[in-house]
Design a protein around this ligand. Structure first.
Ligand SMILES: NC(=O)C1=CN([C@@H]2O[C@H](COP(=O)(O)OP(=O)(O)OC[C@H]3O[C@@H](n4cnc5c(N)ncnc54)[C@H](OP(=O)(O)O)[C@@H]3O)[C@@H](O)[C@H]2O)[C@@H](O)CC1
Ligand SMILES: [K+]
Length: 505
């Protein structure tokens, strides 16, 4: 596969729709898919050289359990020592699961009803719950999963670690902590969001013959673009150009003592190729900014000056407002004026978002695609009035509702950042790492996105490309500086390396 692909990230319902289409419309028997699923798991266990000297398989009553019984049979037929435990509710066995139990027993396999009692296994295979997990794990099931987590063997999850929501990545009560997860056909978005990455370990995605035809056009599905797509988004830089060709960016940032935010915005925008950056900031920041970034024009204010602001808005090809802006009445007036009068693409970050949250009526005035907002989870929580925990548990839906209501591009920052617009749906960014979880990182992101906006990228493309490049800079910085020592200014330094890497590949 080249790099011009779109990776799909499905939730539980979308996965079930693909299963059902394959079974009902294409006529592939469910049991055949289950056999492929089990064979794929055994193949991975063998390829990865997992110690199969003493295997423990723990199965539930749904089809995930059915996969587990089939895995047990195949391993046993391959002459491994296997012990199989059934912890599911006998009243809820699916037809396929019953058939797989029967097939295992026919091959001489023994099924123990209840949880494993000892800890002598080289590998523990979790087939308790898959994408059918529908509620919090409690009682006996909780005990089973906790017991499996305590066992010393390699932990192997079938389709998804039991207890992890395939849709949100949240742990519902408790979850299996896997070293490997073999997830069938399509990556479940829950393996990437929230606790998903921590619980899933290494994720392998075998093709088991489930057709994706029915869902690949579905605009509701979250996608990640391959590198080629980002490379093609990079703007041309013709020889016969000048600074005017690459746009004039107005950065409105930095209240008293917060010059750093304005500096990071502006410097990051220059590093992406912006032609000219003007910082509009509190007068206290003039000297420091002129010293830190002589390439920027610095215009300062002491009090609200509507005329000056309007003339700057006329000058600008794009605006980036909010980083370190503060929450004063003055900041509020500036933001209100910008929202009311700006005619060019405009990004709102940080304090700009906190001010928006306090003045939600401004949001209603923004209903045009030229606005990009870059909230982290807490800022999004303030904007939507949804507590952070609820937001984490339902972020995709909340994001969808938000953009369809306000018709703006929203970059929802988290360990996996989502970029949402009506035009392109929801995209998940896969670059970036925990070294970037530091003050100033968001200011750099706002600068990078604004840098693309001012070079005439559509707001949603600028947001996606900017998030990708920002994360890639972080990945390169971490590689050379280590996970603890990456500073926001390093992210800026590594933008050039990230861009060169993307251009070269
Ligand atoms: N043909 C196919 O579709 C294919 C599917 N495949 C495999 O099937 C998996 C999906 O199977 P599935 O839909 O049967 O659901 P699954 O994940 O086994 O869970 C349902 C069971 O769990 C129970 N339960 C749920 N939550 C619970 C809780 N908190 N606490 C307690 N119980 C709870 C629920 O109980 P109930 O709600 O009925 O009381 C029910 O018994 C998928 O991940 C993949 O591995 C592959 O073989 C490829 C072909
Ligand atoms: K599982």
């Amino acid at each position: 596969m080249g790099d011009d692909w779109m990776q799909l990230w499905v939730n539980a319902a979308q996965m079930k729709a693909a299963d059902q289409y394959t079974i009902q419309k294409l006529g592939v028997p469910s049991l055949e898919l289950m056999e492929h699923a089990a064979q794929a798991c055994v193949q991975v266990l063998e390829d990865e050289k997992v110690d199969l000297s003493h295997v423990c398989v723990v199965c539930g009553s749904g089809n995930n359990g059915g996969d587990g019984f089939a895995i047990a049979r195949i391993l046993q037929n391959n002459r491994y020592s296997v012990e199989t435990f059934c912890v599911g509710n006998p009243e809820h066995y699916t037809e396929e699961t019953q058939e797989q139990m029967h097939r295992l027993q026919e091959c001489g396999g023994k099924i123990t009803y209840g949880m494993p009692q000892e800890d002598s296994y080289s590998v523990v295979i979790d087939a308790v719950f898959g994408v059918g997990l529908s509620r919090k794990v409690e009682g006996r099931y909780r005990q089973v999963i906790e017991q499996m987590n305590r066992m010393r063997g390699t932990k192997f999850a079938v389709d998804i670690p039991s207890g992890l929501s395939a849709t949100t990545g949240c742990i519902l009560g408790c979850a299996f902590k896997a070293d490997y997860t073999v997830t069938f056909q399509l990556k479940k978005i829950g393996l990437e969001l929230s606790q998903g990455r921590t619980m899933a370990g290494r994720v392998i995605v075998p093709d088991i013959g489930i057709s994706t035809d029915s869902i690949c056009e579905d605009q509701e599905i979250v996608r990640t673009a391959g590198k080629d797509i980002y490379r093609k988004m990079l703007p041309d830089r013709p020889e016969d150009s000048n600074k005017g060709t690459y746009g004039r960016l107005l950065v409105i940032a930095g209240s008293k003592g917060m010059a750093g935010a304005a500096y990071l915005n502006a410097h990051a925008a220059y590093m992406t190729g912006a032609g000219l950056v003007r910082i509009y900031t509190s007068s206290d920041n003039r000297e420091i900014l002129q010293t830190l970034l002589p390439e920027a024009i610095v215009t300062t204010y002491e009090e609200y000056n509507k005329e000056e602001l309007l003339s700057l808005l006329t000058w600008a090809d794009s605006v980036c407002i909010g980083s370190g802006l503060g929450m004063s009445r003055l900041s509020e007036k500036i933001l209100k004026t910008v929202i009311e009068y700006v005619k060019v693409p405009c990004l709102i970050d940080a304090d700009g978002l906190n001010l928006l949250a306090e003045n939600k009526n401004y949001l209603n005035q923004m209903a045009e695609r030229r606005f990009v907002i870059t909230p982290h989870m807490k800022e999004m929580s303030r904007l939507t009035g949804t507590p952070v925990e609820e937001l984490k548990a339902d972020r995709i839906q909340i994001l969808k509702d938000f953009i369809s209501r306000y018709r703006i591009t929203c970059v929802l920052k988290d360990s996996r950042t989502l970029i949402a617009s009506e035009e392109k749906g929801i995209r998940m960014n896969l670059t970036g790492n925990s070294a970037m979880a530091k003050a100033g990182s968001g200011d750099v992101l706002a600068g990078v996105i604004s840098g693309w906006m001012v070079q005439e990228k559509e707001a949603e493309d600028a947001a996606e490309l900017g998030t990708y490049i920002h994360g890639l800079s972080g990945d390169l910085a971490k590689f050379e500086k280590g996970v603890y020592s990456v500073m926001a200014r390093d992210l800026i330094e590594y933008i050039s390396k990230a861009l060169m890497k993307l251009e070269e590949e």
